[in-house]
Write a protein that binds this ligand. Sequence first.
Ligand code: ADP
Length: 484
Amino acid sequence: MIKKILKPFKSMSVITFVTDIFCFCVASVIIILAGVAINRSDIIDNTRDSAAGYLDELSDKLVLNAYFVNSSENTAMNSEMYLMADKFDGRILVINSDLKCIFDTYNVETDKTFVSSDVINALKDISGEKRDDDLEIIELYHPIKSTPSISGDSELKGVIIFSFSIADAFSVSDRLGKSLHLLVFPCIILMFFIGSFHARYVTSPIKTMTKSLNHVSEGYFDDKLEIRSFKEYEDMTDAVNNMLSKLNSMENSRQEFVSNVSHELKTPLTSIKILADSLVQQPEAPLEVYQEFLGDINAEIDRENRIITDLLELVKLDRKNGEMHIAMVSINELLEILMKRIKPIAQSHNVDMIYESHRKVDAEVDEVKLTLAISNLVENAVKYNKEGGWVKVTLDSDHRYFVVTVSDSGIGIPEESLDMIFDRFYRVDKMRARKTGGTGLGLSITKSVVLMHNGQLKVESKEGEGTTFICKIPMSFIEKPGIE
Ligand code: ADP
């Protein structure tokens, strides 16, 4: 139930819209409250200032007119005070130094003793002020002092308490608040339109991108996104287009690989079929023919087997992060064992094997994979060699890398083929490769392994003279960082 209610709030456009409206409402409330408060305090300050000014004047007049000698007969002063109290919608009380109220515009406290801390403070020449927002009044306590004598002293004659209404300030600011409230409603409607435009503007590029990506996911990898909006969206579009072009080239090479695999797997099968058919059509054929044909069939089956083994090896390597079993390995020992294993094959081809190690090298590698990679290079050096030729394997290192070089005195590789020999199923001379049992996958396996070790593989060759493969690998294995 709650999930259902919250569902719309997962939408970026709803959140943007709601946030806009919310921010506007909060800003409006703050502006109205601040406006009303400032306006109210301005009016109150003005009223207080004019009341205080009047009090100064009144206090001087009371002293000049000797009001404290006979207050009740000072009708002029009394009527002025009535008038003033009326003007401020307030009340004026005059208290003498004996704390006796000698005048009250309300005629309630006259002749009564008036004791309050504010009056006592005022008699000590400390003015006071009290504000009551519930009653909407302010009370000012003003000391009345005689004119200073020659010595500069002045005598405190009494206190004026002037309470006046600030109801006007409240009503004026309330009215202002109400008018601002009235403005808010049309503004909210306007904000409604601005908010929905804003939400649409922000989210429409994302909608376009989703639509395009859905189209791409149907297999249209050569699609390009065209979103020209905020810079962040443009950056994202460029990144997606980059990814798409990589996907596109991966898809192309996948298709090419599949068609190559099918072709390569079909070739031995076609040969087997032809050989078997011709045997079937010659039931009277002599035993030697049978033996020869079956020998050929056997060789084709071996070939098919080799292709499948190499393919499985490649698939294993292709798997992302194709599990590396890294350990500290003596590269000298690895090469010695490898040379010992290939020596009999070389001897059968009448090819000399030379191994030269310049120093002892221990490195962090995947022993099985590296053995496979270098075996491919050395086996090729033997396969594509001449009668009486040689194969030389050297090992050297500096503090960061070790370098294995495999050179031979063989047939060499034509310059135009050098760029392609690492491609899957590429063979310079298909007929020769067939004779030597080549699948065209060996060098791609070697290249993948070297790259998995963050190394480099280079080739130098001269047709008819020989070939050198240089394999440079870091001594310490560095794992490639994944995307966080
Ligand atoms: P293959 O199984 O055919 O040997 P590779 O991927 O190992 O496949 O090699 C690709 C091609 O590169 C070979 O068919 C061969 O033509 C050429 N090649 C590789 N190594 C050598 C070499 N040492 N000398 C001459 N040609 C070579």
